[in-house]
Design a protein around this ligand. Structure first.
Ligand code: URA
Ligand code: ZN
Length: 379
C-alpha cells in the first residue's frame, strides 16, 4: 500500500478548454453548446436522452428551470476556477481530463490536429501549476491507425501527461475490436494508463416513456453510465485483451460501473457456458476476471457511498482505488458553487467510513495510490 503520501489527489476531474468550447458552440447536432434567451449560462447538451428537451426548447421556448442539458459555468473551462475548487476542498493535485464525448464526433480530416491542440492546451494548463496539475490526454479515434499512433507519440512527449481518457466506442466497434490492439500495446509500452469513462449509456428505450419528462437525468447517469463501463470491460475481458496486452493498465470510472458487484456472476456464466467450454476457452490456466481486476485494473472512488466503495476495495484491493470528484459535473444546486461540493464530501466520507478516518488505507485512496500509480512525483 502506498502509505507514504498524505497528498489528496483528484484523478477524475474534467476541463473543457476554451478552444473545445468553441467547437461545441459552432455545432448544431449533439454534442453542442447553445445559448437560450433569459438563461444566465449557455447549456451543454450531450446525451441523446436530452434531444427531446432540446427540440422542445428550440420550438416553443422552455422555462429557465426546464432547459435541456446542463449550464456551462466558469467551472467548465476556467483554470483559475479549477484551482479554486482544489483549494476549497484541500486537493493537492488534480489529474485533469477532457470530458465526454471527447473527440468522438470530430471529422477524420480535423481530428489529429484537434487532438494535438487540445492535448497541448492541457499540457500548457499543467505547466502553469507545476506539481499541482497532471493530465490524461485525448485520442483522435476517427483517424487512421497510423495517425492514431502518431497522436500517442505526441501525448507521450508531453511532460505532465500520465495516460489517456477513453470512451467505450473505440474505433466504432467497441473496445474488444482487434484493430485496437496496437493502440493498447503502444499505450501500455509507454506506461500511459487508460482512464475509461462512459458517455453513451444504454438505448433510451430501456428507460421507458416517462423518463425524459419525469425523471431528469437520473437513469442515464446513475445507471446507464455504469452499465456502459461494465459492458465495455466485460467485452474486453471475454476477447482476451488483458491477456494479449498484459502491461495494459485501465482506470475505470465510477468504481468500475457494476463490475465489482457482478464479477462473480460473470465468472459463473463463463464456467457454465457450454459453447466456451467446448471451444477450450475455459482452462485451468485462464485468468479469472477477479485476477484481472487485481492485476490490470484500477478503480476510481467516485461512487458516493461506502457500500459501493467497499465492494470496489474487495474486488480490486485498497492499493488500486483512487479518489475523484467528477468536477465540474454535479454542482451544488442549493448552496454557493464557490463553496463546498457534495461530490467531494460524499466521496471522501465514503472512503473514511469504508477504511477509517486517518487510516493508511484512507491515505492511500485519497492520494497515495495515485501518486504511486500515475508517477505524480516524476517530472
Ligand atoms: N455527466 C457527464 O456527462 N459526464 C460526467 O463525467 C459526469 C456527468
Ligand atoms: Zn467524469
Amino acid at each position: 500500500m502506498a502509505s507514504t503520501s498524505t497528498k489528496v489527489v483528484d484523478i477524475h476531474t474534467h476541463m473543457y478548454p476554451p478552444a473545445y468550447v468553441d467547437i461545441l458552440t459552432s455545432r448544431d447536432t449533439i454534442p453542442l453548446i447553445r445559448k437560450f434567451e433569459g438563461a444566465k449560462d449557455p447549456r451543454y447538451i450531450i446525451l441523446k436522452d436530452e434531444l427531446e428537451a432540446l427540440h422542445k426548447a428550440a420550438a416553443d421556448g422552455s422555462a429557465p428551470s426546464h432547459l435541456p442539458g446542463r449550464p456551462v459555468t466558469s467551472h467548465y473551462s476556467s483554470l483559475d476556477q479549477k484551482i479554486h475548487f482544489m483549494d476549497t476542498h484541500k486537493i493537492d493535485i488534480s489529474v485533469i481530463s477532457l470530458a465526454n464525448p471527447w473527440l468522438d464526433f470530430v471529422a477524420t480530416e480535423a481530428a489529429s490536429e484537434t487532438a494535438k491542440s487540445v492535448n497541448q492546451e492541457f499540457s500548457d494548463m499543467c505547466a502553469k501549476h507545476p506539481g499541482r496539475l497532471f493530465f490524461f490526454g485525448t485520442l483522435p479515434l476517427t483517424v487512421t491507425p497510423e495517425d492514431l499512433l502518431a497522436s500517442i507519440s505526441h501525448i507521450r512527449s508531453l511532460k505532465y501527461c500520465r495516460g489517456v481518457i477513453l470512451g467505450t466506442t473505440g474505433l466504432g466497434k467497441g473496445l474488444d475490436d482487434p484493430a485496437l490492439l496496437p493502440v493498447f500495446k503502444e499505450l501500455a509500452e509507454n506506461k500511459l494508463t487508460i482512464f475509461l469513462h462512459p458517455h453513451y449509456g444504454l438505448p433510451s428505450e430501456v428507460w421507458g416513456p416517462r423518463s425524459s419528462d419525469e425523471y431528469g437525468h437520473v437513469l442515464p447517469l446513475a445507471l446507464g453510465f455504469p452499465m456502459e463501463t461494465t459492458i465495455a470491460v466485460a467485452r474486453m475481458y471475454l476477447a482476451g485483451v488483458f491477456d494479449k496486452v498484459p502491461e495494459l493498465r485501465m482506470l475505470l470510472a465510477h468504481s468500475g460501473g457494476t463490475l465489482p458487484f457482478l464479477a462473480g456472476r460473470i465468472e459463473s456464466c463463463i464456467v457454465h457456458d457450454g459453447h466456451l467450454v467446448r471451444e477450450g476457452k475455459v482452462t485451468p490456466a485462464r485468468r479469472t476476471i477477479w485476477q484481472v481486476l487485481k492485476e490490470q485494473v484500477y478503480l476510481d472512488a467516485v461512487i458516493y457511498s461506502e457500500v459501493g466503495l467497499k465492494a470496489a476495495i474487495d474486488a480490486s484491493g485498497v492499493d488500486r482505488l483512487m479518489f475523484g470528484t467528477d468536477h465540474p459535473f454535479f454542482p451544488p444546486l442549493t448552496s454557493d458553487e464557490q463553496g463546498e461540493w457534495e461530490s467531494m464530501t460524499w466521496n471522501m466520507e465514503a472512503v473514511k467510513k469504508a477504511l477509517g478516518d486517518g487510516s493508511e488505507g484512507t491515505k492511500a485512496v485519497m492520494g497515495g495510490n495515485a501518486v504511486q500509480v500515475l508517477r505524480l512525483y516524476e517530472e
